[in-house]
Structures are given as structure tokens and as C-alpha cells.
Design a protein around this ligand. Structure first.
Ligand code: NDP
Length: 254
């Protein structure tokens, strides 16, 4: 195990399952102290003890980051506990598929609330600390990794509002990258293809059986660890190198 993140502090949103949990494990294994943020406290506490037992440092922070005050409180608690913030992984998200015609606006609002507003809330709260870390930490660089999706660069029928949120994340990421990169906060987007997580399980049964299950049955999808490896790659580059975009696809997904 290398220790290239020793002395750093990372906050991972959506750390209670899937890509976020794998990323938190990976960053902790590289030496970062990790703040685990999501709503399911039991899952976060189990992961925190697993990380601590393996010799790492982690803190479970229950928060619904669609609420700006809770996102701010999660960042505040991280900095109070660990003294700084070097890495933000905006991973929490929701994918509810289906046609726009006759679609459910409540589902659209839930997706926009977490995929867009949750990411903005966490970013806004974290940026002052990231800018400070980039200026005065030994590493002299800080990172934001936004977990978007291949659906942030390619649109498909039935993915309309999810596409809307992830295309938005991609545009916001590049704009923020240009704004802060010369202050040494690296901002990059990671776009996964299909990954074996709980993401599809939140859909209505008819959407699962028509749009999600057939894809997973015919495709050997990625493991969450494949995406965690990508995050680790992005945040362990030398300070002069910023990975602005990284797309990781299953070999089996055309
Ligand atoms: P999961 O459903 O396993 O994880 C989603 C995470 O988001 C959970 O930890 C959940 O925790 C958290 N979350 C949801 N709502 C909130 C909220 N309001 N406040 C705080 N945390 C919240 O799916 P994945 O791991 O697959 O998803 C992670 C990211 O990867 C998402 O942004 C997704 O769009 C993206 N992605 C996934 C792909 C895939 O195929 N799986 C492909 C491309 C992109 P809790 O419920 O405890 O709050």
C-alpha cells in the first residue's frame, strides 16, 4: 500500500454505498483521513469502523446534502475534526429513468435536488477550505472530483432528466476548473459507464424491468473499485497535472 495521501483530508458524499464507499476505502488506504457523508448513518458507521480496523482514519457524518445547511454542517464538522479539507469527492446521486412524456415531476425534482443542488451545496461549503489547503498545505494543491456519468456526454431516450443533471455537472465542472485551477484547486469530472451498485434499484419496477435489468443482464459492468481507482489516480497526480476529465467504461459497453 502506498501512502501518497498521508496528512490529507477527504470528504466523500454518498459514502454509504457503491462508488462512494469504494472511493472512501481507497482514499483511506492511501493515507487520507476520510469524512463519510450520506443519510444512512448505520452504513456510514459500519464503513468507518472497517476503515479504522484496517489502520485508517474515518468519521461518519449523517447529512442530507440537498439541504444547504446540512451540507455546510458536514463540511464544518470535517474541518473541526480533522483541521483541514484537501479533497472533495462529489459522488452522491440518483438516477430515475423513464420517458419525459407522462414522467413524474417529483422524481425529476429528487434527481435535480441531489445531482445538481447537493453537488453545489457541498462545493460551495468546501471551496474556502480547499483554496486554503492549496495555498498553505505541504501538498500545495487541493482537489474536487465530480462523479458525473457517460450520461453527461451522451444522451439517450428515457434518460432525459438524468442527462440534464449530468450534462450540467460536466459544464459546471469545466467552468469551475477554469476559475480556480491557477489557485491550485484541481477540478475534474469522472464519467463512469455501467457500475454494479444500488443506483438502478430506486427506479419503479417497470423501468427496472424494461431499461435497467436487460442492460445489466447482457453487460459485464464495472465494480465500484474500478471507479475508486480512477478517483485515486486523479488526486495523486503531481501538482502540475490536473485530470480535467476521465471516462471509465466497461469493456463490454459499446
Ligand atoms: P448508489 O445508489 O449505490 O449510491 C448513491 C449514494 O448517494 C448513496 O451513498 C446515497 O446514500 C447517496 N445519497 C443519495 N441522496 C443523498 C442525499 N440527499 N444526501 C446525501 N447522500 C445522498 O449508486 P452509485 O454508487 O452508482 O452512485 C454514485 C454516483 O455515481 C452517482 O452520482 C451516479 O449518478 C454516478 N454514476 C453511477 C453509475 C452506475 O452505473 N452505478 C454510472 C455513472 C455514474 P444515502 O441513501 O445513505 O443518503
Amino acid at each position: 500500500m502506498t501512502s501518497t495521501l498521508n496528512g490529507t483530508v477527504a470528504l466523500v458524499t454518498g459514502a454509504s454505498s457503491g462508488i462512494g464507499a469504494a472511493t472512501a476505502r481507497q482514499l483511506a488506504g492511501l493515507g487520507a483521513s476520510v469524512a463519510l457523508v450520506a443519510r444512512r448513518r448505520d452504513r456510514l458507521e459500519a464503513l468507518a469502523s472497517e476503515i479504522e480496523k484496517a489502520g485508517g482514519t474515518a468519521r461518519a457524518i449523517e447529512a442530507d446534502i440537498t439541504d444547504r445547511a446540512q451540507a455546510q454542517a458536514a463540511v464544518d464538522e470535517t474541518v473541526e475534526r480533522f483541521g483541514q479539507l484537501d479533497i472533495l469527492v462529489n459522488n452522491a446521486g440518483l438516477m430515475l429513468l423513464g420517458p419525459v412524456v407522462g414522467g413524474d415531476p417529483e422524481e425529476w425534482n429528487r434527481m435535480i435536488a441531489i445531482n445538481v443542488q447537493g453537488l453545489l451545496h457541498a462545493t460551495h461549503a468546501a471551496l474556502p477550505h480547499l483554496l486554503k489547503a492549496a495555498e498553505d498545505s505541504p501538498r500545495r494543491v487541493a482537489d474536487i472530483v465530480n462523479i458525473s456519468s457517460i450520461a453527461g456526454r451522451v444522451a439517450w431516450s428515457g434518460y432525459g432528466v438524468y442527462n440534464l443533471t449530468k450534462f450540467g455537472v460536466n459544464g459546471f465542472t469545466e467552468s469551475l476548473r477554469q476559475e480556480v485551477t491557477q489557485r491550485h484547486v484541481r477540478v475534474g469530472v469522472l464519467e463512469p459507464g455501467g457500475v454494479d451498485t444500488e443506483l438502478g434499484s430506486h427506479n419503479k419496477p417497470e423501468v427496472r424491468s424494461q431499461m435497467i435489468d436487460p442492460f445489466y443482464e447482457r453487460t459485464e459492468v464495472l465494480a465500484p473499485e474500478d471507479i475508486a481507482d480512477g478517483v485515486a489516480y486523479m488526486v495523486t497526480r503531481p501538482g502540475r497535472a490536473s485530470v480535467a476529465q476521465l471516462c471509465i467504461m466497461p469493456s463490454d459497453q459499446a
